[in-house]
Design a protein around this ligand. Structure first.
Ligand code: PMP
Length: 398
């Protein structure tokens, strides 16, 4: 018997779920060269336009001169360099937490936290639209987990009570995306924190898409809602999005970070990220703290896009963030619309199941501070010419 990969791939294609990679031939900017053609792109998570910032690039170059390229070893075996340490101190200060711990990706950070905090005998409660890395972490940890309806506190409360009935001894961790990655809407953190505290549980927030973007100083959704470390004991942020570099961090109490260093296998058994990345991220953090205009400009573009699409009769999600999906529903139709836009020189993400639920395929439009008003206008003009039919939010939900 052999693996029938050809049949598996053909099935995937028949279901319109086949994905292919485009070849990007220029740096990440709104104007981008892909597969030999120039486009205007609305698909990047470089929300503040820092991925190409000259000071960030210079810090990376200087970091490589000073520290070489490779991290050399895992953090516990002489791979923890001074730039990693400086970045951890700076992120702890910026987030107002006792300590922070840097990882080479958000995917790994989520695996690390969840596998170190919960296991057999514990309970993990997920928002139904949480990111795949959080779901995968639950599976890897062996914890009993269940998914509550999206942002639905009654659904969460029901699960909290039944988990308490089942096990008086185990710990319960509630985990949520801060900004939902495919919908752009916000998790109701104050309500989640109150429910967690009332039920002796912990709340973990993965603010991959809010950190750097939301809050007056870019502190993310936790700052937006003025919450403390007691409200959100476990905070995850990523650095490959608003920070424009790579990696992620976990911020929280001294005990939390020490627990991760001692017990989190996805932290212990991997090579540290290149120290020069930490140098670049420190430069991004400085810009993010000083250049408030980037967040302000982004908010104005979000408003421009939402008003313009509403004028076109397009239905949008309840998103105050740079993630502005247009839900079409059918996967083939979503691909066809994305292709029509690309023929007009505009690239947007086309997202299909399993990344989003069945019947909820969508164009995932993302705005960044590097876009101009004229570019958002060009996007709206192209959308107007596509004959778009958006999904009735009620009608095409599962
Ligand atoms: N969490 C969320 C909510 C994400 O959207 C992503 C990536 N898109 C991650 C975690 C993973 O982060 P990274 O890309 O740094 O692995």
């Amino acid at each position: 018997m052999s693996f029938n990969l050809a049949e598996r791939l053909a099935n995937h294609q028949t279901k319109n779920l086949y994905r292919s990679r485009s070849l990007v031939e220029s740096p990440q900017n709104p104007s981008i060269k892909v597969n030999g053609k120039n486009y205007l792109a609305f698909s990047s998570n470089d929300y503040l336009g820092l991925a190409n910032h000259p000071e960030v690039v210079a810090a990376l170059q200087q970091g490589a001169k000073d520290w070489g390229v490779g991290g050399g070893a895992s953090h516990l075996v002489l791979g923890h360099s001074e730039p990693h340490q400086q970045l951890e101190l700076a992120l702890a200060k910026f987030t107002g937490r006792e300590r922070a711990l840097v990882f080479s990706s958000g995917y790994l950070a989520n695996l690390a936290v969840i596998t170190a905090l919960v296991g057999k005998g514990d309970t993990l409660l997920h928002d139904r639209l949480n990111h795949a890395s959080l779901l995968d972490a639950g599976i890897l940890s062996g914890v009993r987990f269940s998914r509550y309806l999206h942002k639905n506190m009654a659904s969460l409360a029901k699960r909290l009570h039944s988990s308490q009935e089942r096990s008086a001894q185990g710990n319960t961790l509630i985990v949520t995306d801060g900004v939902f990655s495919m919908d752009g809407d916000l998790a109701p953190l104050p309500e989640l924190a109150a429910l967690a505290q009332a039920n002796s549980s912990w709340l973990m927030v993965d603010d991959a898409h809010g950190f750097g973007v939301l809050g007056n100083t870019g502190g993310g959704l936790v700052e937006h809602y003025a919450l403390s470390q007691a409200d959100v004991p476990v905070l995850v942020g990523t650095l490959g999005k608003a920070f424009g570099t790579a990696g992620a961090f976990v911020a929280g109490s001294e005990e939390l970070i020490e627990t991760l260093i001692q017990f989190a296998r996805p932290y212990i058994y991997t090579t540290s990220s290149p120290p020069a990345i930490a140098c670049a991220t420190l430069a991004s953090l400085k810009i993010l703290e000083e250049e408030h205009w980037r967040r302000e400009h982004l908010q104005v573009l979000i408003q421009q896009f939402r008003e313009g699409s509403q004028a076109l009769g397009l239905k949008l999600t309840n998103s105050p963030t740079p993630i502005q999906p247009i839900i079409i529903g059918d996967s083939a139709e979503t691909m066809a619309t994305a292709n029509k836009l690309s023929e007009k020189g505009i690239l947007v993400g086309a997202i299909r199941p399993p990344t989003v639920p069945q019947g909820r395929a969508r164009l995932r439009i993302t705005l960044t501070a590097a876009h101009s008003h004229a570019q958002v206008e060009a996007l709206l003009e192209a959308l107007a010419k596509c004959g778009l039919k958006t999904c009735d939010n009620e009608g095409c939900d599962e």
